[in-house]
Every structure is written in structure tokens, then in C-alpha cells.
Design a protein around this ligand. Structure first.
Ligand code: G6P
Length: 490
């Protein structure tokens, strides 16, 4: 992406995120081992960071991370060809508890997903969150030249941009918000919500996945922050003598890499995989989720149960594979969700399972990329039933992996991905179990030409709106905003 160079204009790039692009641990022999970037954005940004020799600031977690860090708390990555710095910010156990498990994941996460009843607004969560944001802001200050570009990621850092701005008036600060931005009627429940808004307005540019989230954010600024003016025509905010531009950039996946990986996993591999995991049928539906209460997994299991109940012809003919990864388990709501999922799987398997057929195959082990993409490729249907989801990249991964173009995407209307793919997916409201069960049946019975046409259209969309296009769009807009700021054109 040449745009990053024009944005940087010879200056530095700093990325700030909660999770690190490389983390260190110990292997069985007690040697330090580095683990690779997992998430799509991290993988996509890594080559950019290597090229521009940037600095990535993130939470350093654990002994091995400390052991390899130099006296400036940094480590050069990637190990085989060190070209950029990961600067680690150390957190105390109490900070982890209150900043990460507390304010980030028991206030902002549920609030933004409309789950006001799952929030815990304890003051100490907010105070620790502010203190940790200050630590990150200090790290930015230490690492950055005055005219650096600093790119904050996600809801863990709503205060840091405002803090960095105080000491770096010339820097270009930008933010990408990876989750939903809620409507004002939800956001207004947040005590001290104006501090969240104010902190984010330390940025020159704030990006969201969809135009709806941009609207919601502008509504919240207009109604929740005294002294701010919102220019609706340009999606621009004036506050405290500064300007912040707001724009939608729907995040995507590395289409080519996923498609190539899925190509590697042929039907023999798939047969072996099914054999290994006890998948007894030819027809397979799949779901891939971090175990989060926003993902609608219990609702999905209910819909499947209803399908097998009302349509006995699918018993012994369809297997549902649930790939699940554990997440944030210290939080009681997450443990409850895990229990509900495990109990649901057991209930269905007890009820319908036979000697030769397990209706729901539950996989909680790690799958390597080729296997995951292969599973997407060879499955008939992907079920995405999130109750609320900023984007849902699983839907796009599935589409990219569908190299034979014959699978069907069943997609919740509550996802950001629905804005782009909803016309060609089978749409569900995840709360309407009857409709959902019917939709799974419809997806399984859809005739081949219809399936292919829909999948081909979705693949063309994701291929032309892939991760590199996203990065290009973000950097190009940022360069444009930066140029306008420098010329004083607002
Ligand atoms: C969501 C958030 C990310 C986060 C990821 C995994 O996708 O937007 O910022 O990294 O969940 O959650 P975790 O809490 O384990 O980082």
C-alpha cells in the first residue's frame, strides 16, 4: 500500500492495540517461543509495519514477554528478520482485572453491543481504565516523534487519544473502532460517557465498519457532548478548537490467502477430517465463534434442534460442526454462556444422536489455517447468528474459502457484514427461532444454480473489497485528512 508512505510523509507509524502482534511464551522444554499473529488485521498490518519500520505498542503479558524485552521494554520482530519494534506495556494483575476484564469487557463491550444489563459500572473499573490509558499514552509519547502517525485500535483505548493529543499537538492521531457503535439511547446509559467521546475526539480521524455506526457516533456527539458541533454533510466534528473526521471503512479479510489455503485442503483431506472428528454425514453445516454471548450460539443450537424436531428427514443426514474458542472466562457472563453452549450440545446429541450419528460435533481445539479454511470450503452452510456484531469476519472468511462456490451463507441481520453480503445470503433474525430453523432448511435445499450465483456474487464482492483494499482506503483517507489539516483548510 503506497498510501501509508504518503500518509507518513517520512515520519513514523505507531500502532496501539491491546493484543500484541507477537507474543512470547515458553515451550515444553522451557525455551522461549514466539507465537505468530492470529487475527486478520494483525496479519495484514504486520508487513506494513515491517516495511515502514514502525513501532507497535501493546500489553505485554507474562514472564517470557518480560524476559526477551530490552531495557526500553521493547523487542524487535519478526524474529527471523527483525524490522520493527513491539513496545510492551506491563500491567499489574489488578489493572488487568479492572481495565481489561472490567471496563473494557464489562462496560464498553456489552454496552456497545446493546447489552446494558450485562454491564458493571463500578468506579474502580473506570479509574483503572483511565490509568492504563495513561500508561499507554506515556508509552506513545516516549516512542513517538512530534509528527508521528499514531493508529489506535478498538475500545480498549478511548481515553489515550485525548491524553496523547495534550502533549503532541502536531501528531496525526487516528482510531479504528472494531465493534458496533450503539445508538444514543443505549450510549446514554454510560456514566461519564462524555469522557469517552472527548477522549476519542483527540483523534484526527475515527473509523467505523459501517455508515450506521458513523451516524450513531455523530448522534452521540451531538446529544452527549456540550460544545461539540457536528457537520453532517462532511461527517466532521469540531470540538475544543480541533477537528475530527469520521468515516466508514468495512474491515475485510485476505481473500487471496484464504482462497489459496482452502485450495490446499482437498476432498481427501476433508474425508480424513470428518473421519477424525466423527462427522458421519455428507451434508455439513458449520459455525466458528469465539465463545461470546454476542455470537448467538445458544439461539443457533435451538434453531438446529427445531429443524431436527420438525424435519426428521434431516436426522442422520446433517451434522452441525461448532468450532469454538474459549474467551474472557474470568467474567461470569462468559462462563454462563459456555455452560449454555455445552449443555445445548449435550441436550441435542442425547435427544437425536444415534450409534452412527452425532448431530452436533463440538471442536474446541485449535485448528490450523488450512484445516479451518478447508472446513469452510467443504461445508454446505455457514451459520452466523450473532445477536449484534460490529462486522463478523467469519462470514467473509467463509466466502473467501468457498473456492468451489457451492456453499450457502446464513447470516444474521444484526451484523456489519449483513450490510455488504445480506442481499446474497440467507438472512435471519437470530431471535426468531422458527424463521431461523426454516432458513437452515432452505439453505440446505437451495438448488445448485441459485447457490452458485449467490456465492459467486459474494466472492466477487469480498475479493474486490479485501483487507488490502481496506488498508488502502484507510491510509488514503487519513492522508487526505492530514493534508487538509496541514493546509488549514477547515
Ligand atoms: C473482538 C475485539 C478485539 C479483540 C477480540 C478478541 O474482536 O474487537 O479487539 O481482540 O475480540 O478478544 P480478546 O479480549 O481476547 O482480545
Amino acid at each position: 500500500a503506497p498510501d501509508v508512505e504518503s500518509l507518513l510523509d517520512g515520519g513514523q507509524l505507531l500502532v496501539v492495540s491491546n493484543r500484541q502482534p507477537y507474543s512470547h511464551g515458553y515451550d515444553e522444554t522451557g525455551e522461549v517461543a514466539v507465537s505468530r499473529p492470529a487475527g486478520g488485521l494483525t496479519a495484514g498490518l504486520d508487513p506494513v509495519m515491517q516495511r515502514v519500520e514502525g513501532t507497535w505498542i501493546a500489553w505485554g503479558d507474562g514472564e517470557a514477554d518480560r524476559e526477551v524485552a530490552d531495557e526500553d521494554d521493547a523487542v524487535e520482530v519478526p524474529p527471523e528478520d527483525p524490522s520493527y519494534r513491539v513496545r510492551r506495556v506491563w500491567l499489574t494483575d489488578e489493572e488487568v482485572d479492572q481495565y481489561y476484564y472490567g471496563y473494557s469487557n464489562r462496560v464498553l463491550w456489552p454496552l456497545c453491543h446493546g447489552g446494558i444489563w450485562k454491564t458493571d459500572f463500578a468506579d474502580e473499573h473506570r479509574e483503572a481504565y483511565e490509568a492504563v490509558n495513561r500508561k499507554f499514552a506515556r508509552a506513545v509519547r516516549e516512542e513517538a516523534d512530534d509528527d508521528a502517525v499514531v493508529w489506535f485500535q478498538d475500545y480498549h483505548f478511548t481515553r489515550a487519544p485525548g491524553m496523547v493529543r495534550e502533549s503532541m499537538p502536531e501528531a496525526f492521531l487516528m482510531h479504528f473502532w472494531h465493534i458496533t457503535w450503539p445508538g444514543w439511547d443505549t450510549f446514554r446509559s454510560l456514566p461519564h460517557g462524555e469522557q469517552t467521546l472527548e477522549g476519542l475526539l483527540g483523534n484526527d480521524l475515527v473509523g467505523f465498519h459501517t455508515g450506521q455506526y458513523v451516524e450513531n457516533f455523530l448522534d452521540c456527539i451531538e446529544r452527549g457532548l456540550d460544545g461539540a458541533t457536528v457537520d453532517r454533510g462532511n461527517d466532521r466534528i469540531e470540538y475544543d478548537g480541533r477537528t475530527t473526521d469520521v468515516e466508514a471503512f468495512p474491515l475485510s479479510v485476505d481473500f487471496d490467502a484464504i482462497a489459496a489455503s482452502a485450495e490446499c485442503f482437498d476432498s481427501d483431506d476433508w474425508d480424513a477430517f470428518r473421519e477424525e472428528h466423527g462427522i458421519a454425514t455428507d451434508r455439513v453445516a458449520v459455525g466458528v465463534d469465539r465463545l461470546d454471548y454476542t455470537k448467538g450460539v445458544p439461539e443457533r443450537l435451538n434453531a438446529l434442534e427445531q429443524l431436527w424436531e420438525n424435519h426428521p428427514e434431516w436426522r442422520g443426514e446433517l451434522t452441525y460442526v461448532q468450532k469454538a474458542s474459549e474467551s474472557r472466562s474470568i467474567i461470569p457472563d462468559y462462563r454462563d454462556l459456555q455452560d449454555r453452549v455445552v449443555n445445548g450440545v449435550e441436550r441435542i446429541n442425547d435427544r437425536f444422536g444415534t450409534d452412527g450419528w452425532t448431530p452436533v460435533v463440538y471442536l474446541d481445539e485449535h485448528l490450523d489455517g488450512d484445516t479451518l479454511n478447508g472446513m469452510y470450503r467443504h461445508s454446505d452452510v455457514l451459520l452466523v447468528s450473532a445477536l449484534r456484531d460490529g462486522m463478523n469476519l467469519v462470514a467473509k472468511e467463509f466466502v473467501a474459502a468457498q473456492v468451489d462456490e457451492d456453499g450457502v451463507l446464513v447470516l444474521s441481520n444484526q451484523t456489519g457484514a449483513y450490510e455488504e453480503l445480506g442481499k446474497h445470503s440467507v438472512t435471519i433474525n437470530p431471535h426468531d427461532i422458527d424463521e431461523f430453523a426454516d432458513a437452515i432448511g432452505e439453505a440446505l435445499r437451495m438448488d445448485e444454480s441459485d447457490r452458485r450465483e449467490r456465492m459467486r456474487t459474494m466472492r466477487q464482492w469480498v475479493e474486490s473489497h479485501d483487507l488490502s483494499r481496506w488498508m488502502h482506503d484507510v491510509f488514503a483517507s487519513a492522508a487526505d485528512v492530514r493534508m487538509r489539516r496541514r493546509m488549514g483548510m477547515e
